[in-house]
Design a protein around this ligand. Structure first.
Ligand SMILES: C[S@@+](CC[C@H](N)C(=O)[O-])C[C@H]1O[C@@H](n2cnc3c(N)ncnc32)[C@H](O)[C@@H]1O
Length: 216
C-alpha cells in the first residue's frame, strides 16, 4: 500500500474533478448504461442508504425513491455540485469526503456503490470491505454495480505498473491514470467469501456486474 496506490488515487480524483462537466455523457449516449440504470429497481435498496462515490448523482435519485434517506458521499466538490442540481429530493444529503479515510458516524441499512469498486486498489480491498461492514446495521446489505471483464475492451488499459490501471482522456486532451480492476463475478464472489462476506455477484446488461453482499 502507499506509493503507487497513493499516486494513482490522487490522479484518479483529479480526473473526476476536472471531468465532472463531461461525466454524464455516457449516461446520455450509451444504451447499455441506460439499461443498467433500470437494474436499480430490482436491487434490495431499503431504509437508510449510504451511497459511496455518488459522482454526479446518476444513481442517487433512483436510490432516494426507494430509501428513507440517502447519504451520498464523494471526494469531488465538482461532481457533487452537478449532483446537487440533479437531485432535489428532501431525503438526500451530500457529504464531501475521501472514502479512504472517512468513516460514518452512524450505520445504514444499505451501502450502495456504482462504478467505485473497480477504482479500489487490490491492496486496499480488505480495508474497503471492512469499512463497508462497519457502516452496515445488523442485517444490512452492500449493493454494487460495476464494469465486468468485458469493460476492458473500452479502456486504454495500462500494463506497466503494479496496480491495475487505465488511462482516461478528457475533451481538452488531458490524460489521467485511474485505478481500474475489472473484477470477474466468480473470482470476486470467492474473494468476498474469503473476507467473511456472503455475496452474489452476477453479470448483467452485457458487460457489467451486479453484486449483493451480506456479512453473516
Ligand atoms: C466512476 S465515478 C462513479 C460515480 C457514480 N457512482 C456513477 O456510477 O455514476 C467515481 C467517483 O469516485 C469519486 N472519487 C474518486 N476518488 C475518491 C475518493 N478518494 N473518495 C471519494 N470519492 C472519490 C469521483 O469523484 C467520482 O465521482
Amino acid at each position: 500500500m502507499g506509493g503507487e496506490d497513493d499516486v494513482l488515487l490522487a490522479e484518479q480524483l483529479a480526473y473526476y474533478r476536472a471531468g465532472a462537466a463531461e461525466y454524464d455523457r455516457p449516461y446520455r449516449e450509451r444504451a447499455d448504461i441506460q439499461e443498467l440504470l433500470t437494474v436499480a429497481d430490482r436491487l434490495p435498496v431499503a431504509g437508510d442508504v449510504l451511497e459511496l462515490a455518488c459522482g454526479t448523482g446518476q444513481w442517487t435519485p433512483l436510490l432516494a425513491a426507494r430509501a428513507r434517506s440517502v447519504t451520498a458521499v464523494d471526494a469531488a466538490a465538482e461532481t457533487i455540485a452537478v449532483a446537487r442540481k440533479r437531485v432535489t429530493s428532501a431525503n438526500v444529503e451530500f457529504v464531501r469526503a475521501d472514502l479512504f479515510s472517512w468513516r460514518p458516524s452512524r450505520r445504514y441499512d444499505t451501502v450502495f456503490f456504482a462504478f467505485w469498486l473497480s477504482h479500489v486498489p487490490p491492496a486496499r480491498l480488505p480495508a474497503f470491505w471492512d469499512a463497508v461492514a462497519a457502516a452496515l446495521a445488523p442485517g444490512g446489505r452492500a449493493v454494487f454495480v460495476d464494469d465486468g471483464p468485458g469493460g476492458a475492451a473500452g479502456e486504454e488499459v495500462l500494463t506497466d505498473g503494479a496496480v491495475p490501471a487505465a488511462l482516461r482522456r478528457l475533451a481538452d486532451g488531458s490524460a489521467y491514470r485511474v485505478v481500474k480492476v475489472f473484477h470477474d463475478a466468480t473470482a470476486l464472489t470467492d474473494r468476498l467469501a474469503s473476507l467473511g462476506w456472503s455475496a452474489r455477484v452476477r453479470p448483467t446488461a452485457g458487460k457489467f456486474l451486479v453484486g449483493i453482499a451480506e456479512r453473516p
